[in-house]
Ligand binder design. Structure first.
Ligand SMILES: [Zn+2]
Length: 453
């Protein structure tokens, strides 16, 4: 699990966020604005792949291509989710933890998918005069997902702009959009053979968390469709739809494991002790304990326990990914490598499994290892060119391998993604000098020069 984008400035203090999924989660707003000094994006192969499966079930049922909408995990306890571009759904950890099963979480995703499919992004773009917001919503600045996944000023500005847009959107048309996204969502659930009742269930959980008597609640929140009204409308709609069986016990258990993974990495270590003490599930107990020991720095103990868990759970590929991460951070690069090689065999081509493997090869040094790292990062970049930290790692690998011009080009990409245009321009020009005019790499550098001017 990689935590990226540590925003040191508190961008939420001066902005009340319009919770795009549900308006009445004011309790979580407070939590968010008072505690979130930093907004972090979580990159984790297991959780992302799990969320992708949920999203795919919904979008494929609506005739869209699998993976055409991707999840982005936001490290925040807020019960929230939002969209800011047509190809990503931002899911807050708080939403995953509050939902009781994958069907309930799918209801949230179906609602957000509704905003994308019903053209709300386009309408928001029309309604706002802010050029930055327009650019983000059009995808001109690449996706906001990409922007948020990097730790630069650009990301900060983009997210702030989007949040301000949500706040400003306190009008009748946005209220109508929420209801229509609900209706789209409930219909999508039916098409995906998920009991539509799930959306009523998740709203009911949310309602229980709401504190309507909070005198600090600003008026604009009162104006919005209250949760009870949305529940009423959804109930009426659900009656007209086909229903399906609830998910199996195994499926609910798998969802719980994802929740435990997020908790064990993100909750305060003190609270993990309580889980370890009270849980009756030996797998959960061991897993949480492993992450707990790792987080308090008892690497060896953590790895010993993990080896044992792997022995009895050879079919769980992400345990190898975990072993790789813990070994790597404990500076045991050879054990990291062997674990990561098993992980990549079991989950081939996954960028978030490949990236740590490349990191390990870099630490092992030597020309052949630098070459391996280089080639692995090329595989990652072939899938997704939008992550600056991948370009940075690639630049280091190229430089170590002895390709300085290509390394400069990779850095130019990184800077461009971080919105540091002047630096991107300088490096692309530098790189071009040692490339033959008109070659593929030369043209790539020229593209960066053109867009940075
Ligand atoms: Zn919404």
């Amino acid at each position: 699990m990689i935590l990226t984008s540590i925003f040191t400035r508190n961008i939420f203090k001066r902005t009340i966020i319009r919770n795009i999924f549900l308006y009445m989660t004011f309790a979580s707003f407070l939590l968010f604005s008072s505690q979130a000094q930093a907004l972090r994006i979580i990159r984790d192969a297991e959780v992302e792949n799990y969320m992708q499966t949920l999203i795919n079930r919904l979008i494929v049922a609506r005739g869209r291509k699998a993976n055409s909408i991707k999840p982005i995990l936001v490290d925040s306890p807020a019960f929230n989710a939002f969209v800011a571009d047509p190809s990503h759904i931002y899911i807050f950890v708080g939403a995953i933890l509050n939902a009781k099963n994958s069907y309930q979480l799918s209801s949230i995703l179906a609602h957000e998918f509704g905003h994308i499919s019903l053209g709300h992004l386009y309408m928001w773009k029309q309604e706002h005069n802010n050029n930055l917001i327009k650019a983000i919503l059009t995808g001109l600045l690449a996706s906001a997902g990409m922007m948020i996944a990097k730790s630069g000023e650009g990301a900060l500005v983009a997210i702030q702009a989007i949040m301000e847009m949500y706040q400003a959107d306190n009008n009748a048309s946005s209220r109508g959009q929420e209801i229509s996204a609900d209706m789209f969502g409930v219909q999508t659930l039916e098409m995906a053979k998920i009991p539509p009742q799930s959306i009523v269930d998740i709203f009911t959980i949310l309602k229980a968390k709401t504190n309507p008597l909070n005198i600090k609640t600003p008026l604009w929140i009162m104006d919005h469709p209250p949760t009870s009204e949305r529940i009423r409308q959804l109930k009426l709609r659900v009656k007209q739809l086909k229903t399906y069986k609830y998910e199996s016990k195994q499926s609910v258990y798998n969802y719980r494991l994802i929740q435990y993974k997020l908790r064990s990495f993100l909750a305060k270590t003190e609270s993990l002790k309580e889980i370890i003490k009270t849980t009756h599930d030996p797998y959960v107990r061991d897993y949480v304990n492993i992450v707990y020991l790792y987080r308090i720095g008892k690497t060896k103990q953590s790895l010993r326990l993990l080896q044992n868990l792997i022995k009895h759970n050879k079919n769980k590929p992400y345990l190898y990914d975990l072993a790789g991460q813990i070994s790597f951070e404990g500076n045991m690069f050879h054990s990291a490598l062997s674990a990561q090689l098993v992980a990549i065999k079991k989950i081939p081509n996954d960028p978030m499994i490949l990236y740590p493997l490349a990191q390990t090869y870099m630490k092992l040094k030597g020309k052949s290892n630098y070459k391996k790292a280089m080639m692995i990062l090329e595989k990652v970049l072939a899938q997704d060119k939008s992550m600056p930290f991948i370009w940075k790692a690639y630049a280091v690998a190229l430089s170590n391998y002895g390709k300085p011009a290509q390394s400069q080009l990779a850095l130019a990409h990184e800077f461009w993604l971080l919105n540091k245009r002047a630096d991107a321009l300088t490096l692309a020009k530098k790189a071009q000098k040692s490339m033959s005019r008109g070659s593929k790499k030369w043209l790539e550098a020229q593209d960066i020069i053109d867009i940075s001017l």
